[in-house]
Design a protein around this ligand. Structure first.
Ligand code: AMP
Length: 248
C-alpha cells in the first residue's frame, strides 16, 4: 500500500499572530513557520502504517513557496520516504490545492491519502473533502482511529455524543483529528538521513491548475481583548453580581 500525505507550511501554532494594520491578512514577516499540526498527525499515522507493514511507501507533498521544502524535510525526518514540492508563490486556496493533489494522485496512484482535517492558518477544513469529490473516492474525515486489514480501511470518527465507525474501500481519503496519535519528534540521525531523501520539484502548471484566487478576504481583525476580571469580597457579593451581570 502506498500512502500520500499532503503537508502545509503554516505559522507555528505557538506564535501570537499579528494582524496587518490594513486588515488584509496576518503579518508573516520574520514569523516562525512549521508543519500544520494536523499534518504532523497524518505523517505519524502514515509512518506507523509503514512500520506495521500495512504500507510500503509514504510520499509527502507540499504546495507552497521554496521554504515549504523545510516542511517536507521535517516529514522525511519523521520517516516518510520521499517528497514532492509543488512550487508556487501564489496563495493556494483549498480548491486549487485539491486540484493539484488530484494530479499528484493520478501520477502516483496511492491507495490512501491522509490529510489534516484543517490547516490552522485559514481553518478552511475543505481540501480533503474537495479531493474526495474530485476523485470520486470514499472519505473518512476527522479520524480518531484508523486500521487497515486486507485493503479494508476502518475509520473511527468522533461525532457529537459518540463515535462513528466507517468501513471504506481503498483507495480512500482520510483526514486526521487531534486524538488519532501523538506525533514523534524526529531524532538527530533521522534529520541527517532526511537530507539525502529525494524531493521532486513540480509546478501547478505541470498539473494544468490555474492558481487564480476565487475567494477575496474582506477583512481580518484581532479577536476582542479579554476584559479584566473583578475581585469580590464574599459569596453573597458573587451571587449578586452573577444575578445582575450574568457573569463576571
Ligand atoms: P484546509 O482545507 O486548508 O483546512 O487544509 C486541510 C488539509 O489539506 C491540510 O491539513 C493539509 O493536509 C492539506 N493542505 C492544505 N493546503 C495545503 C498545501 N498548500 N500543501 C499541502 N497540503 C495542503
Amino acid at each position: 500500500m502506498k500512502v500520500l500525505v499532503p503537508v502545509k507550511r503554516v505559522i507555528d501554532y505557538n506564535v501570537k499572530v499579528r494582524v496587518k494594520s490594513d486588515q488584509t491578512g496576518v503579518d508573516l514577516a520574520n514569523v516562525k513557520m512549521s508543519m500544520n499540526p494536523f499534518d504532523e498527525i497524518a505523517v505519524e499515522e502514515a509512518v506507523r502504517l509503514k512500520e506495521s507493514g500495512a504500507a510500503e511507501e509514504v510520499i509527502v507533498v507540499s504546495i507552497g513557496p521554496q521554504q515549504a521544502q523545510e516542511t517536507l524535510r521535517t516529514a522525511l525526518a519523521m520517516g516518510a520516504d520521499r517528497g514532492i514540492l509543488v512550487k508556487t508563490d501564489d496563495t493556494a486556496e483549498p480548491l486549487a490545492v485539491a486540484k493539484i493533489l488530484k494530479g499528484v494522485v493520478e501520477e502516483e496512484s496511492p491507495d490512501l491519502v491522509v490529510l489534516g482535517k484543517q490547516a490552522i492558518d485559514d481553518d478552511s477544513n475543505q481540501t480533503g473533502q474537495m479531493l474526495a469529490a474530485l476523485l470520486d473516492w470514499p472519505q473518512g474525515t476527522f479520524a480518531s482511529e484508523l486500521s487497515i486489514e486486507d485493503g479494508k480501511v476502518t475509520v473511527t470518527r468522533e461525532i457529537d455524543g459518540g463515535l462513528q465507525t466507517l468501513a471504506l474501500e481503498s483507495p480512500a481519503i482520510i483526514t486526521t483529528d487531534l486524538r488519532l496519535n501523538e506525533p514523534r519528534y524526529a531524532s538527530l540521525p533521522n534529520i541527517m538521513k532526511a537530507k539525502k531523501k529525494p524531493i521532486d520539484e513540480k509546478s501547478p502548471d505541470d498539473f494544468g491548475v490555474d492558481m487564480a484566487n476565487r475567494l477575496s478576504v474582506v477583512k481580518v481583525t484581532e479577536p476582542p481583548e479579554r476584559e479584566a476580571g473583578e475581585k469580590v469580597e464574599d459569596v453573597s457579593e458573587l451571587v449578586s453580581k452573577l444575578k445582575t451581570k450574568g457573569a463576571l
